[in-house]
Ligand binder design. Structure first.
Ligand code: LCS
Length: 394
């Protein structure tokens, strides 16, 4: 038995393969921007890639590399590339894979800035894009053009919790020579492994479940092959959106409890989703663990659990949603998600405010949608909190 063929929890604790001459049990923080070469010849070998020695922290650092190896192992990828944020990871991928004249197809329900940067900025450099509802893969097939290069999927999607069939996407990508990129932030590798389902690249906002403690902003790219890894890594180095050793240290610590946090959060989320679905003031609930979710069967097939994100709408629309958000006492009114604390927010006016009203409507991001990221508090307290806030809703 080795860490390579051990279970997920063992990999969380012992993965990454960090060892040093001091026998450090925990990965230390190598807070150094640059590293000494023993000789000029060794320095030259490092730059030629003939030596594994460290050069400069933007290029590589022992603390960052330990985390990169760990996440890559959990995702069953060739290599990981730590970035300063989830958007840093996404931009590394866009920049490396899209050129002037290329076209990208993406889910219309994605984290707002992942879309806005393509439509407002990459378009200035001649990159074309089509955003479609990817839960129906026929929409992807219809959107393919001769110059389509990338299929970018977020599943479950932020904030609609819509689910896209990754195996079907991978078949479409292979038939048409597209690179399949999947944002796996909402599930984490504990609940979903897109590379095993045929994706080429996975991106994460580690700010969320991977770290889990609302104390850092960070991202990760995981490539399935060595060739793709080298391409993406050199782009990250050129962009300069590297992760920092201190951030990496905190993420390494947070990552160890990913499975226990996720188990507890999704257990809470299931109870809360069922509670909300029965509440007379709630119009609809979207949670992959509920039979009412349109892709309930697909979620069971491609995910190892429904996760901890719920979206729902109140009968009184946005005004009622505002009353609810202004009256919660335990859950926190804040953006972000995937932490130990429960967070509630309004995507239409917050995380997705820069997406045009027409595109929001097409993607199902209605004005009444409230997003709830369930934490690991006692579920009876979370229900009490929602109950007392819902009582104030007219
Ligand atoms: N991908 C997804 C699915 C996200 O939810 C986010 C951030 C990102 C990428 C970007 O990651 P970041 O650069 O922030 O680390 N989502 C946020 C949200 O829903 N509320 O605040 C941030």
């Amino acid at each position: 038995m080795s860490v390579n063929n051990s279970g997920f929890n063992t990999k969380l604790i012992h993965g990454g393969g960090y060892k040093d001459k001091y026998g450090s049990v925990n990965v230390p923080i190598f807070q150094s921007s640059t590293f000494e070469f023993e000789t000029a010849e060794e320095g030259a070998r490092c730059f030629l890639g003939e030596s594994e020695g460290y050069i400069y922290t933007r290029i590589g650092n022992p603390t960052i590399n330990a985390l990169e190896r760990s996440v890559a192992e959990l995702e069953n990828g060739f290599g990981g590339i730590g970035t300063s944020s989830g958007m840093g990871a996404i931009n590394t991928v866009y920049m490396a894979l899209l050129s002037k004249g290329d076209h990208m197809i993406s889910s219309d329900a994605v984290y707002g800035p992942s879309r806005v940067i393509i439509e407002e900025h990459y378009s200035r450099f001649g990159v074309d894009s089509t955003y479609v509802t990817t839960s129906d893969v026929e929409n992807i097939k219809k959107a393919i053009k001769p110059n389509t290069k990338v299929l970018y999927i977020e599943t479950p999607a932020n904030p609609t919790i819509e689910i896209t069939d990754l195996k079907a996407c991978s078949e479409i990508a292979k038939e048409n020579g597209l690179v399949l990129v999947v944002d796996n932030t909402f599930s984490s590798p504990y609940l979903q492994k897109p590379l095993d389902l045929g994706a080429d690249v996975v991106v994460h906002s580690m700010t969320k479940f991977i770290n889990g403690h609302a104390d850092i902003v960070g991202g990760m790219v995981v490539a399935k092959t060595k060739e793709m890894y080298k391409k993406l890594r050199s782009m990250m180095i050129a962009l300069g959106c590297n992760l920092d050793p201190h951030q990496s240290y905190l993420v390494i610590r947070g990552l160890k409890t990913l499975a226990v946090r996720m188990d507890r959060a999704q257990e809470n989320a299931m109870i809360i989703a069922e509670y909300l679905e029965k509440h007379p003031k709630v119009e609809w609930v979207r949670y992959p663990g509920l039979k009412s979710h349109p892709q309930y069967e697909l979620a069971k097939k491609q995910m190892d659990g429904p996760g901890a994100l719920i979206s729902f709408g109140l009968k009184g629309g946005f005004q009622s949603g505002k009353t609810l958000m202004n009256n919660v006492k335990i859950s926190i009114l804040a953006v972000s998600l995937g932490g130990v604390e429960s967070l509630i927010e309004h995507p239409a006016s917050m995380t997705h405010s820069k997406v045009s009203p027409a595109d929001k409507a097409k993607a199902g991001i209605s004005d009444g949608l409230v997003r709830y990221s369930v934490g690991i508090e006692d579920v009876k307290d979370l229900i009490w909190d929602l109950e007392q806030a819902l009582e104030k809703v007219k």
